[in-house]
Every structure is written in C-alpha cells, then in structure tokens.
Design a protein around this ligand. Structure first.
Ligand SMILES: [Zn+2]
Length: 258
C-alpha cells in the first residue's frame, strides 16, 4: 500500500537489524523503498542491499555535504545506472549552504551540475536535496535543463511559492516526517496544497523520525505516520494519500516497472 521514496538503509544504524526492518516494513504494508546514494566510497553497500531485497531500489549520487575529494564522473554515474536495473534515479544531489559560507561552494555547484548532466544522458529522474539554497538550486536546475528528466525535491521544507516553481520544472514534492511536527507550519501548508499527482512521501531514515517517535532511529515503516498526517491536513483518507504517492512513485521511477 505505501512506498518510502527516500531512505538510507545502508547506513550503520541498520547494520545489525536489516531483516527486522524489512519485517516491520511488510507488517506496516510499506511495500517498496528507495535507498538514496550519498557517497562514492560506500556505494557498494547499497548495491549489496538492493541485490538482497527485491523491494529495495536505489539512486546513485553524492550528497552535497559529502566532503570526499573523489567525485563520481558523469561517465561513472551513467555506467552504474545503465548496468544495474535497480538503480532508478540519479542523486541525492543538490545544494546545502546550511553550515557553509556559500561563496566557497563552487565544488558543490559543480558536483550538482555533473549529476544533472548524468541524469539527462541516462534519462533518469533526479533526487534533489536543498537546504538554505533554494534560489541557486532552482536556477541551476533551470540552467541545466533538468526539466527534461524531472525528479523529486526530497524532504521538502521550502514554502509554497518554491514548491510551485519546482513543480513548474517537472519536479515532485516529497514530504517527510517533519510534517508531523507541530511547529512545521510551512510544511503543513505545502502538504495541504500540493496536487495529489505531484506528491511523494518519505522517511529519510534513519533521520527525521515522525511523531510519536521523534528523536529515535527512523525506519521506512514509519512512512505510514507521514501519510496519516498528510491525510489529516487534507481532510482525506490515508488510502487516498497512499495510493496517489504510490502511483507517483512508479511513474517517476519508471525503471522499476521494466
Ligand atoms: Zn537523504
């Protein structure tokens, strides 16, 4: 019934308990999860994970905050995506100025552009991380013609105007557990207004546990709490939110059906 469009099941928080997590997912009727790539060094862990579990898929990319010097080249990204049918997107990529002086972040912007180019060559959607950098993020997406492949703005925390601009660029809006936090008024507004055919849901596990588990290690089974809260905000049923976000998941990550 549910899908988690963004998690990090390869991280060490899950080293011991991955089978248990998979059981919890299936008990909660969370049928699929996408494991987002964040670095090059440990990408093999993700490859292993997706080959062990039929309902896990992945994206390949380097997180904007990953400080490793060795980058994926455009060719490497394209090759990995081409030769593994369970790699269904490029990312997560984007910009994160939160704890940096953005003057010195040409390396982040260059990395971001490389990922967009790889996505266009591979004809795969992009998974975008943006934090304290929405203007530059949207500008670079526009300049590089990311609209051709589209993608998802993961863990969206920007305002409704930014959501509209992202949707104009052919991007889906993904809502995380932040929507369950009482003070997240901007996310509440976006989650109520995004058209159902543009919405995705995610956990970003192990981070960002929704209420009532805030502060604990998150896992994909908790995407149900995200869907419930969105349904409450929109005055609709959780089935509605589950079905719409599931349908969007398969149309965006269309390689999954092939
Ligand atoms: Zn992530």
């Amino acid at each position: 019934m549910f899908v988690d469009s963004h998690c990090h099941l390869d991280l060490q928080e899950f080293d011991k308990g991955i089978d248990l997590i998979m059981t919890q997912m299936s008990n909660a009727k969370v049928d699929y999860a996408l494991v987002a790539g964040i670095d090059k060094k440990k990408f093999n862990n993700i490859l292993k994970l997706i080959s062990n579990y039929s309902n896990l898929y992945a994206s390949v990319g380097m997180h904007p905050e990953c400080l490793d010097k060795e980058e994926f080249s455009i060719e490497e990204l394209c090759l990995l995506a081409k030769h593994n049918k369970k790699i269904v997107a490029i990312g997560e990529t984007g910009l994160d100025y939160h704890s940096h002086d953005h003057q010195d972040l040409d390396w982040q912007r260059n990395r971001f552009r490389q990922h967009i180019r790889a996505a266009k060559i591979s004809t795969l959607p992009l998974i975008i991380h943006t934090r304290s950098a929405i203007i530059d993020t949207l500008n670079i997406l526009k300049e590089e013609g990311a609209r051709d492949v589209g993608g998802v703005m993961h863990c969206f925390t920007e305002n409704w105007d930014a959501a509209k601009l992202a949707m104009d660029l052919n991007f889906y809006i993904s809502i995380s557990g932040i929507v369950t936090f009482k003070n997240a008024k901007i996310v509440h507004e976006v989650a109520s207004k995004v058209p159902l055919d543009r919405i995705l849901i995610e956990t970003d596990s192990p981070y960002l546990s929704p209420e009532p588990y805030r502060g604990k290690v998150n896992n994909p089974a908790n995407v149900v709490y995200v869907a419930n809260k969105i349904a409450e905000l929109r005055k609709t049923t959780v089935e509605d939110v589950a079905n719409a976000s599931r349908k969007n998941f398969f149309s965006l990550f269309s390689k999954i059906g092939l």
